[in-house]
Design a protein around this ligand. Sequence first.
Ligand code: ZN
Length: 671
Amino acid sequence: MSAPWRLDRRPRPRALATAVAIVAITVVGGGPLIPGGTPAASAADPRLAEMATPSPFRGMTYTGLSLGKRGSACDGVYEAKSRTGASLGCSHGPDPAPAGTDVRHGRADGELAADLHAGLEEQAGAAADGNDDPGTASAGLGSIGCLADGLTGARVQAIYAVADDRPDRSATVIPTIRATYAPRVDWQINQSAAETGVEAHVRFVTEADAGGGCRLSVPVAHLTVSGDDSFSNTVAELKALGYNRADRKYLVWTDANVLCGVGSVYSDSRPGTNNINNGFAPMFARVDAACWDYAEGHELMHTLGSVQRGAPHATANGHCFDEQDEMCYDDGSGVAMVQTCSGRNGTLFDCNHDDYFYAGVPPASNWLATHWNTFNSSWILNGPLPAVSVVPPLTGSGGGGSTGSTLSPTPPSTPVPPPHASGYWMLTADGHVHPFGDAAFSGEPFPLQAGARAVHLEPTPSGGGYWVLDDAGTVRNYGDADDHGTVPAGRLDHNERAVSLSATPTGDGYWVFTTRGRVLPFGDAGFFGDVSGLALNQPVIGSVATPTGLGYYLFASDGGIFTFGDASFYGSTGGIRLNRPVVAMAVRPARSGYWLVGSDGGLFAFGAAGFYGSMGAVKLNRPVSAVVPGEAGYLMVGEDGGAFSFGDVDFFGSLGVNPPPSPVISVALKT
Ligand SMILES: [Zn+2]
């Protein structure tokens, strides 16, 4: 599937063919090694050519690395060695900086401050960002989970490392790692997992914070003046400092201007937790200052054991060629890049989830069903986080360190309060519309043609009209709602039904969503991808567009959630045993969370969406069938027309005393 997720904050061109090709040609003396995309046929390993002509500008230096021996765990990759020749493990070698980035000039203090502010603002006010410029929107932020004592089991240990001849900027870098860089990595994992309907997180080492919660553990490692000269030197010194545990992956923000990023990885594609990448040696990912907020996820994914040779789209050098994908780029292997997932956010892992990361159980035909799947790594939490680290906003001079004085907090912009609901409509399956409060009756499709059921009522932005969708895909417009089209006869497959309709913010278009996870846009509605190509465990039973109109959610009755465009994933009930299936979803207008509701009235709040009560403990006459969001509350309705308002949503009446013969299946607020 190809879902254009939020665009990257910075361009991430992984197209490094040019640079690599130049290097190779120079060395081979005119032998056309790389151009044209054919692998070297000569006996010379092309990596030898690269090693002989390092590119310090891009961080492509190979000091301390030698080619792995055939048949060893480093076969096909490099072996890092200490100055005395001791093995320091395997690595796929350095990754280049993005075009235009010179790793010899790492992040200045001002850029660090901007990174910190970006993270704090995103954390504080993911809210009210309904006017994001899609051209500058960033990949989102995930969370640092507070898991047990913060130490037990396999964990990613964040480290700030600095050599003795460099200024120690830990006072500003560590808060930035906590606020921005590390949560970004968690987002990459979790959003990638969401593509197959599952939640997943990084198991970081955490420590107690002053507020009784937890925060990311980021010790400072002081290296000798040569400790940052090469990956090998860094690994050797970190091990000597005690960072040598096999149940740790060390993600090292190195305040150096030598490399972009580099990570450990062993050649082992065997499935199962005995994979050598899963806890048999300490493994290291080093990211230097020019590539912070860029290469962390990539290097960590290497240390989880990606990308193994033999994977369907693997390159010879530990990457992949089916873009868009965080691990794919032209790494000089001589393979042509393919835009299989074009438009997808390039920071997400594993286009089509068939090479190294499939969250869930891959179908038997998937290569990952029989080979190493990093989702099964002991370093990945399969499921929601029980508690998360809350990054405190900066106060005063921030950071409290010697170089923190340039940081001052930017107050989050005040969210525009959404208009208060003044009424609502209920829709019954036979096509009757029941208005309450200020909501006006503008018409209804009753009676429907034989066999069709009304499934969704969607108001216009003005509230002066609405569209009604039936399960055959017919859209009818009432009041000031314009006709933007209807699903043509024959467009839906046998057994495929339309399930919901969402209007764009302008009202000049809408999407129709189907049980097979198809998305059919009309008018000014954009297409951001769908799941019609996936084998779904459960049919899609509903969908909700984001308030910007630049994305949407699809959800299934097992609580699985699929996100597209600018829709962010905040968790799902996928890993929770439900008393009753999920029947409805509501997205908070401020877009930083959502609610899922079961047919028993049980409600699950995710992200910043608050819990304002539920019907979970009340014996209902009929199941709950729909929910709509307020800003700080929601309205649920039952099939019998009972209305239950919570938080800031007012009650304007119900059909509960006089239940309709046909069930209420949709409710919409008039605002
Ligand atoms: Zn790489």
